[in-house]
Structures are given as structure tokens and as C-alpha cells.
Design a protein around this ligand. Structure first.
Ligand SMILES: Cc1ncc(COP(=O)(O)O)c(C=O)c1O
Length: 417
């Protein structure tokens, strides 16, 4: 077992691993079992009552998923984790655990389109108030907080705007208001962002992306960094959980027992297995993703056919200074290009040889998409503006290919426009 002071790569490889000892396996087996059998009625009664540890039914917990959750918590240096069926399922779990009708969520406006869609649906259907702010505008966060605000939400690097919020500064304001900060670290991953250290209370991932790493699995993760005192959170269910299991575990307990168990959005054993394997090579892949993205961004910035390159690692990014302070020397694998017109953006996508055109990111392969006509096709002009989605924008999720091949491919495609 790794120790807490071990480095990221050591924890990534050695944590949360429960090989089948009898067979000498080196990876955690996939426990494909819907439920778990016990010898005596008293034993199962004890497990149900929480007096004895054990798995009951794979909608609530599963040994493969539990080992993966242990690994997620270890790489985040968190108190514990819940592996969900998707990134959206992780977000739904946070919302359902922390809010009730009439409550307010304050969110940075630069968001993944699906997150924005869920927030909007909840506003109209369940009377939740979601207030969007621009964290780059001084005073907007403070002005949006009121006594019904249950959490503040942001993406560590915004998808697809590529803005970089100053998380420690945001955390200070949020904590002064006595509420938790929830950070979507999908684009940064635990390799780039030590969420606990910068002040996040809950971290969320679409593990579909870099954590899985190979575009072969959908998943999400929710990690409690252990900073927030849930005993002081103003909700009766968390209050009850605090008296039952202690304030340290109250969030994770409530999220699993109240929401995941009822919603049925836990990760499957097979997906947990794939994503757990992904964590073992996350650091290596992220180093390559990030260095490839920086080289490609620099090369594209000098091409006369590109109107603008957005990448936090470039000095031209308005968020470069914050990115330097929080993430140097890694700036993520996502960049975007402006081509001048939608026609040129489409033509670039059609002329590329290597990248796949896919509504995903974080694959080993380079992926491209025109967000305006796809992920954001049904969003209003205001949302497009807040998310940095222009009609001439192409988003690139830079893979781990030989970077010279990527630069040559983008160059030949741009030369043909
Ligand atoms: C930043 C971010 N958060 C959350 C999600 C949702 O994750 P999933 O697609 O796994 O539900 C995505 C998906 O693209 C994303 O990019």
C-alpha cells in the first residue's frame, strides 16, 4: 500500500489495488456480480445495519468499484470518492445531495454545454436558482452569494473557453461565506491540480476523459477533499449523517445512501476496472498531452491561416499568468483555433488526416470538433458568448501522437484552406 506522502505516480500505480491473491493476479478482478451472498441471516442483517462492512448490491457498492474509488481518493489526496456512471452523474449527485427547491447555486458561466443544460433544466423543473457569474469580473462572486447559496461551482480550466479561474482566490471568498467550493477538474486531472491544496472541497471529474484515457469508457468521479466541515452545512440530511457517521464522512455517506443508491448512477465494475487502469498511466499521458499541446499551439500561432489560438500555455492567453502560477509547466491538452469563418473551420476539420472528429476529449488520439454546430447547437447566443463558442471556433483535444506528425498535419490542412 502506498503512503500519503508518496508521489503522484507511486499512488497512481499502487493504491486501490486488490488483486485476487489466490490466483496471483496483478490487477483488481472485475466482480461481475449484481448482489453479494452471506452465509447467515444475522450476517446480512449486520451489513444492512452498517454494523459490519460488506457489499450488498452493485447499485450501491461493488468490490471492483470500491478499489477504484480508493485509488481515486489516493491520487486526489482526498477523504474518499464515489465513482459514478458518467461525469454528469457525478454532478447530479452533488446537486441532489446539497440542494433543495429554493436554494441557489453560483456557477462560473464558462461551462461544458452539458453542465449548463443540467443547471438550466433544474432551474425550470425543480425551482433551483442557478446564478451565472464571470469570475474574471471583480465583485460578481461576492454579489451573487446569499444565505440560500449551497455551493459555488467552476471548471478548473473551462471547456471550451480555456479560461483559468484563480481557484485559491475564489476559495477564500467562498469559504468566508461558509459554503463549499465544487471544482470540475476534468481538464486538469489530479496530475495537474492538487484540489485540496488550492481550496476545493469537492472535486468532480468526467473520468470518460483523461482518467480513462483511451476513449473506451464513460464515467465520473466525486471526491471529498476533506476540507469542509459538513457538520455546519445547513441541511437536515447532512446533519443527520454527521451524527451517524461523523462530520468528516457526512457528505460521502449522504451522497451514496440518499442519492446514488436511489438514482442508480454508480459506475459499473467493468468501467471501474478500465478507469482504474487508466489512472496508472495518467501522469505519463498527461505529460505528453501537455507538451504536445504546447508545441502545437506555438506552431499554429505562427500560421497565417489561423486568426487566433486559445491555449493557457501561450503568453497571448488572458489567463496565462494564472495558469503559470497554478499549473506551470503543464497547461492541459485542450486548445482551440479561430479560423475567421465557419466555412474555414469546417474545411480545416475536413482537411485533417490524423485527428478524429468526435464529441469527446482526453483520448490518446487527437480529436477535433466544431462546438457551435454540435455540443452547443441548441444553446442561446448568451450562453455561446459566456462559453467562448464562436462560429469560427475549432476545439482540439491534443493526443499523445508524435508531435511533428500533428504539426505537419495541421499545417498541410491550413495551407489548403
Ligand atoms: C468539463 C466537463 N465536465 C463534465 C463533463 C460530463 O462528463 P460525461 O460526458 O462523462 O458525463 C464533460 C464532458 O464532456 C466535460 O467536458
Amino acid at each position: 500500500m502506498p503512503a500519503q506522502q508518496d508521489g503522484f505516480a507511486t499512488r497512481a500505480v499502487h493504491s486501490g489495488s486488490r488483486p485476487g491473491r489466490a490466483q496471483g493476479a496483478t490487477t483488481t478482478p472485475i466482480y461481475a456480480s449484481a448482489g453479494f451472498a452471506y452465509e447467515t441471516a444475522a450476517e446480512l442483517e449486520d451489513v444492512f445495519a452498517g454494523h459490519k462492512p460488506g457489499h450488498i448490491y452493485s447499485r450501491i457498492s461493488n468490490p471492483t468499484v470500491a478499489a477504484y474509488e480508493e485509488r481515486l481518493a489516493a491520487v486526489e489526496n482526498g477523504r474518499g470518492a464515489i465513482a459514478t456512471a458518467s461525469g454528469m452523474a457525478a454532478l447530479a449527485t452533488v446537486i441532489m445531495t446539497l440542494t433543495r427547491a429554493g436554494d441557489r447555486i453560483v456557477s462560473n458561466a464558462s461551462l461544458f454545454g452539458g453542465t449548463r443544460r443540467l443547471f438550466t433544466a433544474l432551474m425550470s423543473r425543480y425551482e433551483l436558482e442557478v446564478v451565472y457569474i464571470d469570475l474574471d469580473r471583480e465583485g460578481e462572486l461576492e454579489a451573487a452569494l446569499n444565505d440560500r447559496t449551497r455551493f459555488v461551482y467552476l471548471e478548473a480550466i473551462g471547456n471550451p473557453k480555456l479560461d483559468v479561474p484563480d481557484i485559491p482566490a475564489v476559495a477564500e471568498t467562498v469559504h468566508a461565506a461558509g459554503i463549499p467550493l465544487v471544482v470540475d477538474s476534468t481538464l486538469t486531472t489530479p496530475f495537474m491540480l492538487d484540489a485540496h491544496q488550492v481550496g476545493a472541497d469537492l472535486v468532480l471529474h468526467s473520468t470518460t476523459k483523461f482518467i480513462s484515457g483511451h476513449g473506451n469508457s464513460i464515467g465520473g468521479a466525486l471526491i471529498d477533499t476533506g476540507r469542509f466541515n459538513w457538520g455546519e452545512f445547513p441541511d437536515p440530511d447532512l446533519g443527520k449523517a454527521s451524527s451517524l457517521v461523523g462530520k468528516e464522512l457526512a457528505f460521502l455517506y449522504t451522497a451514496r445512501q440518499l442519492v446514488v443508491q436511489s438514482l442508480g448512477n454508480l459506475a459499473s465494475a467493468f468501467d471501474a476496472y478500465l478507469q482504474s487502469m487508466g489512472i496508472e498511466t495518467l501522469g505519463l499521458r498527461m505529460e505528453r498531452h501537455c507538451s504536445n499541446a504546447l508545441s502545437l499551439a506555438r506552431a499554429l500561432e505562427n500560421h497565417p491561416g489561423v486568426a487566433a489560438v486559445n491555449y493557457p500555455g501561450l503568453a497571448s492567453s488572458p489567463w496565462h499568468e494564472t495558469a503559470e502560477r497554478l499549473y506551470r509547466p503543464h497547461y492541459g491538452a485542450l486548445l482551440s483555433l479561430r479560423l475567421g469563418t465557419r466555412e474555414r473551420a469546417f474545411a480545416l476539420i475536413n482537411a485533417l488526416r490524423l485527428p478524429k472528429q468526435i464529441a469527446n476529449l482526453g483520448d490518446c488520439k487527437t480529436l477535433v470538433i466544431h462546438p457551435g454546430s454540435t455540443i452547443y447547437h441548441d444553446h442561446s447566443a448568451d450562453v455561446l458568448e459566456a462559453s467562448g463558442v464562436h462560429d469560427d471556433l475549432v476545439r482540439v483535444s491534443v493526443g499523445i501522437e508524435t508531435v511533428d506528425d500533428l504539426i505537419a498535419d495541421f499545417t498541410q490542412a491550413l495551407d489548403r484552406l
